[in-house]
Design a protein around this ligand. Structure first.
Ligand SMILES: [Mg+2]
Length: 121
């Protein structure tokens, strides 16, 4: 079972994505902040992380940098509300594998998750 970590400071989004992907046979962990996310990445080694950019404290870009430093093969898809183009480009520069904007299109997100995981094989 593929392990996924969903990181978002909005608990509704964590719950929503967890339910959606669990129904599709992923094992889904969630984190409401960057600190917890980094701890879970190190302990649980998820194959893929869905990562919110805008969070209080350690924001998504910081979390992305640390994930990619420690575990370069972990796929990271940034999840963003309407961000400036700059933030998205910054994330891609720091190794984000893709990004998706809120409101989320789940069909698109699921396809992207599958594509990214296939690249790992
Ligand atoms: Mg947020």
């Amino acid at each position: 079972m593929t392990k996924m970590l969903v990181v978002d400071d909005e608990i509704e989004i964590c719950d929503f994505l967890k339910t959606f992907f669990e129904e599709r046979n992923y094992k889904v962990l969630t984190a409401l902040n960057g600190e917890t996310a980094l701890k879970l990445v190190n302990q649980e080694r998820p194959a893929i992380v869905l990562l919110d950019i805008k969070m209080p404290g350690c924001d998504g870009i910081e979390v992305l940098k640390k994930i990619k430093q420690a575990h370069p093969l972990t796929k990271v898809i940034m999840v963003t509300a309407i961000e400036t183009r700059e933030k998205i480009e910054e994330a891609l520069r720091f190794g984000a594998d893709n990004y998706i904007t809120k409101p989320l299109s789940l069909e698109y997100l699921e396809k992207d998750v599958r594509d990214k995981l296939e690249q790992m094989v």
